[in-house]
Design a protein around this ligand. Structure first.
Ligand SMILES: *[C@@H]1O[C@H](CO)[C@@H](O)[C@H](O)[C@H]1NC(C)=O
Ligand SMILES: *[C@@H]1O[C@H](CO)[C@@H](O)[C@H](O)[C@H]1NC(C)=O
Ligand SMILES: *[C@@H]1O[C@H](CO)[C@@H](O)[C@H](O)[C@H]1NC(C)=O
Ligand SMILES: *[C@@H]1O[C@H](CO)[C@@H](O)[C@H](O)[C@H]1NC(C)=O
Ligand SMILES: *[C@@H]1O[C@H](CO)[C@@H](O)[C@H](O)[C@H]1NC(C)=O
Ligand SMILES: *[C@@H]1O[C@H](CO)[C@@H](O)[C@H](O)[C@H]1NC(C)=O
Length: 668
């Protein structure tokens, strides 16, 4: 392993070389053309036959600190292009409130690709799927409850129009014709897989894209290889491409593209190098052999290909999506891709590079090495406060009162957690059934009565629960939004208590609803104080059940001095913890759920760590902390140097049948 100085010098030289290359290209913008040749069945770049070998990288899943590292590794694999989605909800978190800086600086990301000599295939949405919350559509669209997403619904179109009017003018100067790297722009995404099949909507998008980007840019669509999908997903004037993975019949797939596009380049816009995961299902893998043999054949066809993903990255914070019947995706989006979640070179990377080398020139010179990882070791956490004790910090404006429960959208909380509180209307000294008869807990509720944990309700899995308590006791349900459905008909995924709860036969009423601002609260945790030294006796809260009250825990660790290369990336492991959310120095790393798996550790990128002061880990454990009622167990997390995202599943998969019917898997 070289010293950082060597690496920096190497990167600098490579960058300088690449800069010179692209500067030459920029010299005369008016000479730059990128178009489809229907005569020669290919793309033409500056009038020359051109074929792209591309890989997907999602800037929104990688801290900008690491963008250049990942792009450079992609360049060195022999790719001449990269492909990214643009998730609308990442850039417009609230109506009219835009974010385009730091990790959201998509223009900077595209410029970086350009500086490295990579072309860019832009999938601009508005819908992107991507295993991303609501497929990239902002949750606030659901404020009109009956909205038909991805259709000509006028309210939907008005919001889309406004968004495209912000995004596309930023992209215009980055188009190839205008001196930038963007060669093609995708409109919508696998639209044929959606039930609406609304050509007016596609025509509307086509007009707006043309209006903002001009006549020259190649606009395209992508659909699965099925006649019906291509019918509903494509439109005259948008070049139709297909997506398929290893093992598919390539001849059949491209014949199908030829149905829609009798002439022009063959394009596989998503060639799957791996596959997505769900909590509670085994980690997906695709063998290197399967990937390379198909890739070889696609390239031998002379086709253009984009490998989805080339590097997957991470669903930080609350950004993961879900499939139906409801199954949420984990925090890691490793995807078994050629570059790992942490950007590491894998055997698949080198094998893919070897295949590319048979068809194209691969850059000479050393490949940037995998980043070193460091095991900082065990960190003891102290319990700070339960969510209930911290309500004044989590919800300073106080609760919203409502006879019946309101959804997250109705209280303008889009992500994270809302606490629903009412009182028991009658004595429940004997176990009494609390139930969500319409499966209306979206997605998971941590239930307590007078601060005694009662259990968990979970969408599609657990809709009844016995509780006990006296009349007038406080019933709390902390409801977690585990990520909105990103694919298929059920995109309109409302969160919270979306229907009434009953206690015995009676509908519960008179709710106090606390939308929780966890991010601000975590920032101010310093002033909360702790409960002792990491040993915590949870006498009252633990009760006889297996649950502890949802609570915040915090602890500090310092980066060892005297090791010059630190800080380095690491992975956080949760021995004995159950399910929750974790922050380091205020950066929301995402959800952990070792009790369900298969992901056991979370990626911690080094740029969030500091050497000047201790690093603070905050954990919100929702279900059961490892500190025992005997007071002997410590609340420990551990920072390790190897990821575990494919643990064997240990939990009871009694209701796994629900998951095995995942329509995503049948879509082709
Ligand atoms: C740029 O290219 C155009 C078209 O080939 C040509 O007319 C023009 O003179 C060139 N300009 C420069 C500065 O080279
Ligand atoms: C692949 O598809 C082509 C065209 O539909 C067909 O002729 C061929 O038999 C298929 N190959 C296999 C192995 O199924
Ligand atoms: C609730 O408690 C009753 C009485 O103890 C018991 O018969 C029933 O099986 C329990 N139901 C559930 C869902 O736990
Ligand atoms: C709850 O029940 C009441 C009375 O039947 C009904 O009016 C209301 O719409 C229901 N609320 C929800 C969220 O289902
Ligand atoms: C607690 O969990 C353990 C293991 O998951 C299980 O064996 C035990 O029955 C549970 N106890 C109660 C009271 O639910
Ligand atoms: C962590 O360190 C900070 C100072 O950097 C201190 O304010 C805080 O109390 C410490 N937290 C814990 C849980 O030890």
């Amino acid at each position: 392993m070289g010293t950082p100085g060597v690496l920096v010098r190497f990167l600098f030289l490579l960058l300088a070389q690449l800069l010179l290359g692209s500067a030459r290209g920029l010299h005369n913008a008016s000479q730059r053309t990128f178009e489809i040749s229907y005569d020669q069945n290919c793309f033409l770049k500056d009038g020359q036959r051109f074929r792209y070998i591309s890989g997907s990288i999602h800037y929104f899943r990688i801290p900008c600190f690491y963008w250049k590292d990942r792009l450079l590794k992609m360049k060195m694999a022999g790719l001449n292009a990269i492909q990214t989605y643009v998730p609308w909800n990442f850039h417009e978190p609230r109506p009219g409130q835009y974010q385009f800086s730091g990790d959201s600086d998509v223009e900077h990301f595209i410029q970086l690709a350009h500086e490295l000599g990579l072309l860019v295939i832009l999938r601009a949405g508005p819908y992107v799927c991507a295993e991303w919350d609501m497929g990239g559509l902002p949750a606030w669209l659901l404020e009109k409850e009956s909205i038909v997403l991805r259709s000509s619904d006028p309210d939907y179109l008005a919001a889309v129009d406004k968004w495209l009017g912000v995004l596309l003018p930023k992209m215009k100067p980055l188009l190839y014709q205008n001196g930038g790297p963007i060669i093609t722009v995708q409109v919508e995404n696998e639209y044929g897989s959606y039930f609406t099949c609304d050509y007016d909507y596609l025509r509307f998008l086509q007009k707006r894209f043309r209006y903002h980007l001009g006549d020259k840019v190649v606009l395209f669509t992508t659909d699965g290889v099925h006649e019906k999908l291509l019918q509903c997903g494509s439109l005259q004037g948008l070049y139709a491409t297909v997506d398929f993975g290893p093992g598919s019949n390539i001849t059949a797939a491209f014949l199908l593209q030829r149905n829609s596009e009798p002439r022009g380049p063959l394009v596989n816009s998503e060639f799957y190098t791996g596959w997505l995961d769900h909590w509670g299902q085994p980690h997906s893998t695709v063998t290197t052999e399967a990937v390379t043999s198909s890739l070889h054949n696609i390239l031998a066809w002379g086709a253009n290909v984009n490998m989805y993903m080339f590097t997957g990255g991470t669903n930080f914070a609350y950004w993961n999506g879900a499939n139906t019947p409801y199954a949420a995706q984990p925090t890691s989006y490793d995807y078994d891709a050629p570059l790992s979640e942490a950007g590491d070179l894998t055997e698949k990377y080198f094998a893919v590079r070897d295949i590319i080398q048979k068809f194209a020139e691969v850059p000479e010179g050393p490949i940037p090495p995998s980043t070193p990882k460091f095991a900082y070791g065990k960190v003891a956490l102290k319990k700070l406060k339960t969510v209930e004790e911290a309500l004044d910090v989590l919800c300073p404006s106080g609760p919203i009162k409502s006879l019946y429960p309101l959804t997250f959208i109705q209280v303008k909380q889009y992500f994270g957690f809302v606490l629903y509180r009412t009182t028991l209307p009658k004595d429940c000294s004997d176990p009494t059934l609390l139930s969500a008869p319409l499966n209306g807990v979206h997605d998971r509720a941590y239930v307590s009565v007078d601060q005694v944990p009662q259990g968990v309700l979970e969408r599609n899995r657990v809709i009844i629960l016995n509780i006990t308590g006296k009349a007038g006791a406080t019933l709390d349900l902390l409801v977690e939004n585990m990520g909105r459905v990103n694919y298929g008909r059920y995109n309109n995924d409302f969160k919270g208590l979306i229907s009434n709860l009953t206690l015995g036969p009676d509908i519960l009423t008179d709710w106090m609803i606390f939308p929780l601002n966890t991010e601000d609260a975590v920032e101010h945790l310093g002033g909360w104080g702790g409960h002792g030294d990491g040993h915590y006796v949870e006498a009252r809260a633990r009760g006889s059940s297996n649950y502890t009250l949802p609570a915040f825990y915090a602890g500090n660790f310092s980066i060892p001095s005297g090791i010059p290369q630190l800080p380095q990336d690491t992975f956080i492991h949760f021995p004995g913890w159950t399910k929750g959310q974790v922050w380091i120095n205020g950066f929301n790393l995402g959800r952990y759920w070792p009790a369900r798996g298969p992901q056991m550790t979370l990626f911690v990128p080094q740029h969030i760590l500091r050497t000047s002061a201790p690093n603070t880990i905050v954990v919100l454990e929702l279900e059961r902390a490892p500190c025992g009622s005997d007071g002997l167990d410590l609340c420990l997390v551990e920072l390790v140097d190897k990821p575990v995202i494919s643990a064997a599943l240990t939990y009871d998969r009694g209701s796994a049948e629900l998951l095995s019917k995942d329509p995503w898997l049948d879509r082709v």
